[in-house]
Structure formats: C-alpha cells, structure tokens
Design a protein around this ligand. Structure first.
Ligand code: SF4
Length: 360
C-alpha cells in the first residue's frame, strides 16, 4: 500500500459547502448544517474515501448521517452538555484526562480525517493547533511518571493516526519509557474513515510498542469495505489486538438486523465488538440519539441470536464523568434465600440454586 495515498486523502478532504454540494444532493437541513459548520461549531471534514460510501441522493444514508452536518446541530435539547464526560474537570495535566484509578487518556491531537457529527469531544476537535508537541506533553508525561498506579494510557484525540508516523512513534516511545505503563491503547477511526493510513510501514513502526491495543469505531456494515477489511487484516496480522466501539445512533444503526450484520462482520475480520455505547449527550446531537430503553431492547434481541464473541456490552458513560454503567435486559426475576430465578433469552424462567453453606 502506497503511503502517499493517505496523505492525498487528507489533502483532498471535503471542507466546504460547495465541495460537498458537488458530490451530494444536499437536503435543506444538510445545506443549513454545512453552512453553519463552515462558520462555527464542529467543522466539516470528510475524506474522499468516506464520502464515496455516502449515497449521493439519500440524506437518510447511514454514512451521510454520520459525517454530513445537519441544521439540528444548532438545537439544544434537555440533557445536552458541552463536555458530557466531565473531561475538563478530570484533566490532571494539560492534555491528560484521568477518570479511573488505573488508566488515563491522552489527547494527542485535535485533528481527525472525518469529523463525526456525534463526536463526544466536539468541543475541542478541529479547534486547536493540530498534533500536540512532545514538549507540550511534558507535564502529562511527568504526571504519569509520578503516578505509577496508572498502568494504561489511551492515546486518543482527535485521531492519533492522522499524525505523522515519526511523531506518533516519538510519542509512543516517550510513553513506553515510563516503566509503570503496562498497556498502551490507540483510539482511532482511521480503519473506518482513512483505511489507507494502515500501511505495512505503519504496522512495522508500531510493532515495538506491544502490548498496543487498537480501539476502533465502526458503526455500520457499509463501513466494512474491501479497504477497511484490508486495514484491519494488516493490524491483526501485525499482532495488534483490535477492539471496536460502536455508538448507537438514531437512523444509523438503531436496528437489530444492522447491528447483527455489523458485529458478525467485525468478528469475521478478527475484531472484537467490545462496547455498544449509548450516544453521549453532546450538545447539538439530540437528533442522532436514541432513548436508553432502545439500546436495552436491542441487546435483548441480540442476546442468544449472536455468538458471545460478537456480542458487545451495552454501556452508558454517565454524564459528568462518573464512569461507565453496563446495561442489558432484566434477567433476574426474583431473588430468594439460596435461589435466584433467572429469565433466559427465550423467555423461560429457571431457578439457579446456590450450594449449601459449607459449615465444616
Ligand atoms: S474520529 Fe473520533 S474524535 Fe474524531 S470526530 Fe470522529 S468520534 Fe470524534
């Protein structure tokens, strides 16, 4: 795979209403949304590759809904927050967010190949100076050195794979020099929006940093293309465990058959569907969110229908950064002394009997 190919994709990203209108027949709502994105809020940016997956005529296309701005982004609905995960208050050093005892998240850049309209970090993506220099990350590295209980760092952004390979390698090398960090994670949507970024050269450059887990973000089976499957194969063949987080989005994937197809496709690509995430209440994304009960209902339908390795956990990341809560259909009918009545995925009820107390 030619490395210059991904640079060309980034160079040729669509960023203006005029460019977008040349490729897609925009609805009035999209036209308003794109005009607004050009002037304020989360910018418009779509790679030619990802744009090629959009239906040019249908505004309800699930790829289009993810990347084409919508006039409703200007609307506030109850529950909306600018920083839904409370990341600002959990920033322990510049660019370093710590919400859990054993891990921290490094915001390495504000750039992405495509700006997803539902982005949890829409408050900062596309808004700063690009990749953060190693100098500017100095206080974050010093913090990690002084806090050996942090054993895992998630390198995120923005999308760290939009950074150049030498810059990424320098950052991972600096993190690897902190002896207490056991695990590195790379959070990237590049396999979905810029799969040509996953070159053999990149895989070779990342290999010294094992264990390095790759967290990616497929939301719809249309994203599982020949190109993206090739990117995933190169990562997995390179020895990187790849996990996927899907965000549940109205009109994109809030459908049992769509998610069944997506999760099965990911498992065939040797990618573990890890989380199905309730969409965070980011300001301006009310039109893309579903009620919590819809996710629970979908999980109930997928349970038993999908092999366990294809079944993610359904997670609500609670507002304010208080942590993730796993959700699913109610399976405990009642609890009594020594016996719990369970409901199976077929709706049968069955007692699970505890062993007798061992008094010997
Ligand atoms: S790639 Fe990730 S960080 Fe970038 S806009 Fe999409 S969801 Fe946000």
């Amino acid at each position: 795979m030619n490395g210059s190919h991904w640079h060309a994709q980034l160079r040729d990203t669509v960023r203006t209403v005029d460019q977008l209108a040349r490729v897609l027949t925009l609805s009035p709502r999209e036209l308003d949304g794109a005009r607004r994105a050009e002037a304020q809020g989360l910018p418009l940016r779509i790679t030619p590759y990802y744009l090629s997956l959009c239906d040019p005529l249908d505004p309800s296309c699930p790829i289009r809904r993810q990347c084409v701005p919508d006039a409703r982004e200007a609307e506030d609905v109850p529950g909306d927050l600018v920083d839904p995960l409370g990341e600002v208050v959990h920033e322990v050093a510049p660019h370093l967010i710590r919400r859990y005892p054993d891990r921290a998240l490094l915001v390495a850049t504000d750039r992405c190949a495509v700006y997803c309209r539902f982005c949890t970090r829409s408050r900062l993506v596309g808004d700063g100076g690009g990749a953060v220099s190693l100098d500017a990350l100095g206080p974050a590295l010093t913090y990690l050195e002084g806090h050996p209980e942090v054993r895992e760092v998630i390198v995120s952004g923005g999308d760290p794979l939009v950074m150049s390979t030498p810059r990424l390698v320098a950052l991972l090398g600096a993190l690897r020099r902190v002896p207490s960090i056991e695990l590195l994670r790379l959070a990237t949507r590049a396999p979905v929006t810029l799969p040509m970024r996953i070159t053999q050269e990149l895989v070779k450059a990342l290999r010294p940093f094992h264990p390095l887990w790759v967290m990616t973000h497929f939301n719809h089976p249309k994203e599982l293309t020949v190109e993206s499957l090739g990117a995933l194969a190169r990562l997995v063949d390179g020895g990187f465990p790849v996990m996927n987080q899907t965000v549940l989005l109205r009109g994109v994937n809030d459908d049992v058959a769509v998610l069944d197809t997506l999760f099965r496709g990911l498992v065939r690509a040797r990618v573990r569907p890890y989380y199905l995430l309730q969409a965070d209440p980011v300001r301006g994304t009310g039109h893309l969110r579903t009620p919590l009960a819809r996710g629970v209902e979908i999980m109930g339908a997928l349970q038993g229908r999908l092999t366990g390795i294809a079944l993610p956990k359904f997670i609500c990341d609670t507002p304010g950064g208080l942590g993730k809560v796993p959700l699913g259909p109610e399976v405990i009918v009642r609890k009594g002394p020594g016996v719990t009545r369970l409901r199976t995925f077929r709706g049968d009820e069955v007692d699970a009997i505890d062993p007798p107390d061992d008094t010997r």
